[in-house]
Ligand binder design. Structure first.
Ligand code: 13P
Length: 247
């Protein structure tokens, strides 16, 4: 059985004081959740987030990490620093990082390997652009991104990985994949994982992301292969996010 996992990707929103406020509001609202709950604030808010989440069922995730241990990499963030702050998850390869910060399938893979080596749990983002969807090559794109991200990952680590299927055209647009479309693509991702790891693919949790909110969460979460959500806009208000968490 795969435990559902609902994660909020706050993107570049909320200051440290706002982080404390939002998590404090969220705590009582999600205390009884069946799903695992994760919030992913900006790096400079992680310390505040961890403190605010103390004693609750809210785990903390980062939005990025670098693939070297330490050294002359101005502006980058190490796994060790994240771990010291009590961070458990890290989003890797979000489409916004691929688009604006030159992340590639290769750097995504390096980050995944480093995170796993250090004991962080990657949330690996894959998803097709609108043009790719229009060409009918969604499955090819997500299969390729999935397999390249997992290159060199050991079978034992599969249970520590979450994959987020985020169709790029659905992010922040109010458009969502239909629950059936999302489920089919997620099935295809699981199949690709299975081609590498056999029945271990049944253990990997795969989220949907892209305009997921209180109104569509329960339908999406009701699908056979959708194990969670990666929530952007709707994770920025406690009441909204709590509704998704308690879908
Ligand atoms: P929205 O929920 O705002 O569409 O963002 C989805 C996303 O990119 C989560 O990582």
């Amino acid at each position: 059985m795969r435990r559902p996992i609902i994660a909020g990707n706050w993107k570049m929103n909320k200051t440290p004081s706002e982080t404390i406020k939002l998590i404090s509001e969220l705590k009582p609202l999600v205390a009884g959740a069946n799903a695992q709950v994760v919030v992913c604030p900006t790096s400079v808010c992680l310390f505040a987030a961890k403190g605010a989440a103390e004693g609750s069922n809210i785990a903390i995730g980062a939005q990025n990490v670098f693939f070297e241990d330490a050294g002359a990499y101005t502006g980058e963030i190490s796994c060790d620093s994240l771990l010291e702050l009590g961070v458990e998850f890290v989003i890797i390869g979000h489409s916004e990082r691929r688009q604006y910060f030159a992340e590639t399938d290769e750097t995504v893979n390096k980050k995944v390997l480093k995170a796993l080596q250090k004991g962080l749990k990657p949330i690996i983002c894959v998803g097709e652009h609108l043009k790719e969807k229009e060409h009918g090559i969604t499955n090819e794109i997500v299969r390729m991104q999935t397999k390249l991200a997992l290159e060199g990952v050991l079978a034992n680590d599969i249970e520590n990985i979450v994959i987020a299927y985020e169709p790029v055209w659905a992010i922040g647009t109010g458009l969502t994949a239909t629950s059936q479309e999302a489920n089919n693509t997620i099935r295809e991702i699981r199949k690709a994982v299975g081609e590498l790891y056999g029945e271990k693919a049944e253990d990997i949790r795969i989220q949907y992301g892209g305009s997921m909110n209180a109104g569509n969460a329960s339908e999406l979460m009701g699908m056979s292969d959708i194990d969670g959500g990666l929530i952007g806009g709707a994770s920025l208000k406690a009441a909204d996010f709590a509704k998704v968490v308690n879908y």
